[in-house]
Design a protein around this ligand. Structure first.
Ligand code: CA
Length: 192
């Protein structure tokens, strides 16, 4: 998208300059006026569509990842009844997300080529989702891993709950075991 934005002005400049050169000298003033008044209306149209494409590329929902502010995540987790789910608190889950993905819905990690972790909950392709390149995946959540890297975390939440339910807790998440288990976690929901 950014390349398009850079190329457009150069293309427009070339088009106008070509029109200018094809006319005889006595016609140039007339052409210049036409370019400004009418002919270069195409320039405006191209610019408009160029900016529209860049704008859509930046704002289309579901295509880009984003960092979810801590308190927004707390609100989402409370709404989805995470408090008390599998005997854990919302603070446990916020701590888990902080240390697995740093709240980034677009987070991705390659585990030495054997499997990959996707999204805000860093869900693994060996057991829970299918990325098309992890042999023998269980795909227990019945989901394409790419869906776990967009900014709609509804499906991520559904899958995370399946994982926690099967494990009767949050032990499948290495970061939770390391940074959250048995720790004082009040700060993760403080002020929310
Ligand atoms: Ca998703």
């Amino acid at each position: 998208m950014s390349q398009l934005a850079i190329l457009l002005p150069a293309g427009i400049k070339g088009w106008c300059w070509q029109s200018w050169q094809t006319e005889s000298s006595r016609q140039r003033a007339k052409v210049a006026l036409a370019l400004l008044r009418r002919d270069c209306s195409m320039t405006k149209s191209i610019l408009f569509f160029g900016f529209l494409l860049v704008f859509l590329g930046l704002t289309l929902p579901g295509t880009q990842g984003r960092k979810i502010p801590r308190c927004e995540l707390v609100k989402i987790l409370r709404k989805h009844n995470f408090q008390g789910f599998v005997g854990k608190t919302v603070a446990d889950w916020v701590c888990l997300v902080k240390h697995e993905s740093d709240y980034d819905t677009h987070a991705f990690n390659d585990n030495g080529g054997k499997s990959r972790d996707y999204g805000i909950f860093q869900i693994n392709s060996k057991y829970w989702c299918d990325d098309g390149k992890t042999p023998g995946t269980s795909n227990t959540c019945r989901i394409n891993c790419s869906k776990l890297r967009d900014d709609n975390i509804e499906d991520d939440i559904r899958c995370a709950k399946i994982i926690a339910k099967q494990a009767h807790g949050l032990t499948p998440w290495v970061a939770w075991n390391k940074y959250c288990k048995g720790k004082k976690l009040d700060s993760y929901v403080k002020g929310c």
